[in-house]
Design a protein around this ligand. Structure first.
Ligand SMILES: [Zn+2]
Length: 454
């Protein structure tokens, strides 16, 4: 058991002063007024750690390799071709090194948990590794090594398009039959279910990559294993996907999902960019979380999620760094708000009736909904929650003279990235003065992997 003292701390949605946190086995046991004996001071404003609801760790390795115009019209689909070429050479050891490096970057940015939407499963020709969970072990171990909480979301990917289209040879590393996939989920459940800082969910890749029958098999399966296990799916990211879904199912992707499954807050719809008013309303009512990835969606030219409309209806949403073109909490939230300003010609758009601060509204909401989307006992500083929090750098000029509700506005809108000084995950200090104990070694290993892959 240990005690930490904060002069200025965001508890739930209220800023409080002079508070002692008592932490036991990674959980906040007590929050008391005043400085208790033996409490170590946290020097700077304290805010909850952010959940990164959507990551493909391996994609960090080719961020910056696809920002040039090729022969044809560049789009999500041409980006994907470059990604496939890059991934062909990646070994399990490489995947571990890349994941370790990117998870350190996440911690330094202020993410304390990550949802790893994991689809790089097999050898380059599609043959399973001797241990079919080899690639999962590598990314999970990377998270354990660096101290970020992980929700592992093994992906079911079977087809190349609607109507059970045969996958290409570039997709061989991703492909499972339903039975092989369920075996993998079972194996992971057995291996890790008693580990702290770990949650397991499932991720049918998208409606184009799995059939209706497969969804009808895997959703009840995971619900039986764990009623709260997250189910994540890419959906309605691209207009072509919406058109293909309309031709095949005669319904739009989100509409189809709502009509065929009982969605709730344990579902996370990744992107859900292209929605009708009806879909916005029904998704908000279902309780499902939308996983918005503003930087990646901008980078890939996906479109803009209707955040204002969705939020007004009480919809839940989280942020994810997806392709890792940037790992920057402030930039994701800033872009989320700025996209709405640019299209509505207004300022200070994403606010709540109870909180006029855009920064605080966006931060507390995405923290809370992000933790829900990952089934992590986190998302706010409160008794009974994991002791996951950030200490902000009071030497950051944009925070000078900023009191309470201005702290998050300044941190998100007036700093290039969140001014994170220290990071605690389950009560353990994993970032100190902006540094991680493994960062130099991780960077050197990452450099060697890049030399090989590029
Ligand atoms: Zn994704």
């Amino acid at each position: 058991m240990h005690k930490l003292y904060a002069e200025n701390i965001l508890i739930g949605s209220d800023w409080q002063t002079e508070v002692t946190l008592t932490i036991d086995y990674g959980i906040i046991k007590q929050i008391n007024k005043g400085r208790e004996e033996g409490a170590i001071a946290l020097n700077g404003a304290v805010i909850p750690g952010m959940s990164n609801c959507h990551s493909h760790a391996f994609q960090r390795a080719f961020a910056g390799f696809s920002e040039y115009r090729g022969n044809s019209e560049d789009s999500f689909w041409s980006w994907r071709d470059i990604m496939y070429k890059f991934v062909a050479k990646m070994t399990p050891e490489d995947a571990h090194i890349v994941a370790k490096f990117v998870y350190i970057e996440m911690l330094k940015a202020g993410y304390t948990s990550v949802g790893e939407f994991h689809y790089l499963h097999h050898q380059a020709d599609g043959t399973m590794y001797d241990d079919p969970a080899e690639m999962s072990h590598q990314v999970i171990q990377a998270a354990f090594d660096v101290g970020i909480s992980i929700t592992h979301l093994p992906v079911l990917y079977t087809y190349a398009g609607f109507g059970e289209k045969k996958p290409s040879k570039e997709q061989a590393r991703f492909i499972h039959s339903t039975q092989d996939y369920l075996d993998l989920v079972n194996q992971l459940e057995k291996s890790y279910s008693n580990r702290s800082n770990f949650q397991l969910g499932i991720a049918p890749h998208s409606l184009r990559a799995v059939s209706k029958e497969q969804l009808k098999d895997i959703v009840p399966f995971i619900r039986q294993t764990n009623p709260k296990a997250p189910i994540h799916i890419h959906i309605a990211e691209q207009l072509k996907e919406v058109d293909d879904c309309l031709s095949f199912y005669k319904e739009r992707p989100v509409e189809w999902l709502l009509n065929n499954f009982q969605m709730d807050e344990h579902w996370c719809l990744i992107h859900a960019t292209h929605l009708t008013e009806e879909e916005i309303k029904n998704t908000a009512e279902s309780g499902a979380v939308v996983g918005i990835c503003p930087l990646t969606e901008a980078n890939l030219g996906d479109g803009i999620f209707p955040t204002v409309e969705f939020s007004k209806l009480g919809g839940k949403f989280a942020i994810g760094s997806d392709s890792h073109i940037g790992i920057n909490v402030a930039e994701e939230l800033r872009l989320l708000e700025y996209a709405q300003r640019l299209t509505s010609h207004q300022r200070a758009v994403l606010v709540d009736e109870n909180c006029p601060s855009v920064g605080q509204t966006l931060y507390t909401k995405t923290c809370k909904d992000g933790a829900i989307s990952l089934n992590q006992n986190a998302g706010k500083i409160a008794t009974g929650k994991n002791a996951d929090f950030l200490v902000l750098d009071d030497n950051e000029p944009s925070l000078f003279s900023k009191k309470e509700s201005f702290i998050l506005d300044a941190s998100i809108f007036a700093c290039n990235q969140l001014p994170v000084k220290d990071v605690y995950v389950a009560g353990e200090k994993v970032i100190e003065n902006g540094q991680h104990r493994l960062q130099e070694k991780a960077k050197n290993q990452y450099r060697e992997v890049l030399k090989k892959l590029a």
